[in-house]
Ligand binder design. Structure first.
Ligand code: NAG
Ligand code: NAG
Ligand code: NAG
Ligand code: NAG
Ligand code: NAG
Length: 278
């Protein structure tokens, strides 16, 4: 008997006497407190989504970062946008140390501006294109294709590679996706098809840029488009590369379709129901 009651005992007195409206309040409280696991520390926490905002890094794995309302996610850190941080400074990222790093950081998020001042985005389907129908894809620079925590917050070294997590994803799919494929590079769901990217520092008119490649190859537009537009593609020659100004932006929270969503209250409400039946 004692063992049977040992876990719920703490909550038992208030729950046993709970009226239906109290139970509703408990349900709401449980729902407002969403469990999550921190990507860097693996610490489990509970985010009060009334007074804070939970940014999902991977909603299916339950990995996220809980930030006070008004703060945004820079890499895996909560920052106040006006704090003079690099999120939305509008400045193109420059190497922290020339010849050592590229200036972009693992785990951080960026938009890519072409030399003709158009943002890299999607066309009306799955291809990446400069000056397309859906400009301005937010990419997270990832050292791995699972939790994106490899080398988190460290600068990408000059010879480093990374994967581009596409935080807009497949318009007809769900969740985040990856930059990958072959030919005209496109949005892929499968991490197997995600492409490793490399780059070198360069500079145009006083603005730092990174010329991207797809090691061991280079990068080049694979087909002719309207001038100003270009697709991304893999080139055989590693010297060939595609230039972009990289601007840091805050990372986005992964959302899922309603029917795919984990119900954060499920586990808790089960235990509430169990105790109430006792
Ligand atoms: C977090 O968990 C993952 C997988 O369980 C493990 O690979 C990683 O080393 C852990 N990280 C920390 C900081 O404990
Ligand atoms: C960035 O550069 C500064 C000055 O050279 C150096 O002190 C700092 O350690 C560098 N930061 C990283 C993360 O490498
Ligand atoms: C999404 O689905 C619609 C309807 O099937 C289709 O017309 C459209 O081309 C699809 N878009 C993409 C990006 O696959
Ligand atoms: C990058 O260069 C450093 C220093 O030259 C070297 O230690 C490291 O192994 C290189 N990494 C790769 C992936 O080539
Ligand atoms: C991604 O997955 C979704 C749902 O599983 C599917 O509808 C979509 O076609 C996939 N997209 C790609 C680019 O494979």
């Amino acid at each position: 008997m004692k063992a049977f009651y040992s876990f719920p005992l703490l909550f038992l007195p208030s729950l046993v006497s709970a009226t239906p409206s109290d139970l509703t309040t408990i349900e709401l409280d449980k729902r407002a407190c969403t469990p999550f696991k921190n990507p860097l520390t693996n610490a489990s926490g509970c985010c009060d989504i009334v007074s804070a905002q939970l940014f999902w890094v991977d909603i299916l794995l339950g990995i996220g970062v809980c930030c006070p309302i008004g703060q945004v996610l820079e890499g895996f850190n909560c920052v106040t946008p006006s704090s003079g941080g690099s999120v939305c400074s509008g400045k193109a990222v420059c190497a922290n140390k020339t010849g050592v790093d590229l200036g972009i950081k693992y785990g951080h998020c960026y938009v890519l501006l072409s030399l003709n001042n158009n943002y890299l985005g999607h066309d009306n389907a799955l291809k990446y294109v400069v000056m397309g129908e859906n400009p301005g894809v937010v990419f997270r620079v990832c050292g791995d294709t699972t939790t994106c925590t490899t080398s988190a917050d460290q600068y990408v070294p000059v010879n480093g590679t990374w994967y581009m997590q596409d935080q807009m994803g497949d318009p007809n799919g769900s969740g985040f996706a990856w930059l990958g494929g072959a030919g005209d590079l496109n949005i892929v769901n499968s991490t197997d098809q995600a492409l490793a990217m490399g780059g070198s520092s360069t500079c145009f008119g006083g603005n730092c840029a990174i010329c991207i490649t797809f090691p061991p190859g280079g990068a080049h537009a694979p087909c002719p488009l309207t001038p100003g537009q270009s697709h991304l593609g893999i080139a055989a020659n590693p010297n060939s590369c595609q230039n972009f100004y990289w601007q840091e932006v805050s990372c986005r929270s992964e959302n899922q379709l309603a029917e795919c969503q984990i119900s954060p209250s499920t586990a808790k409400s089960e235990s509430v129901g169990y105790v109430a039946q006792v």
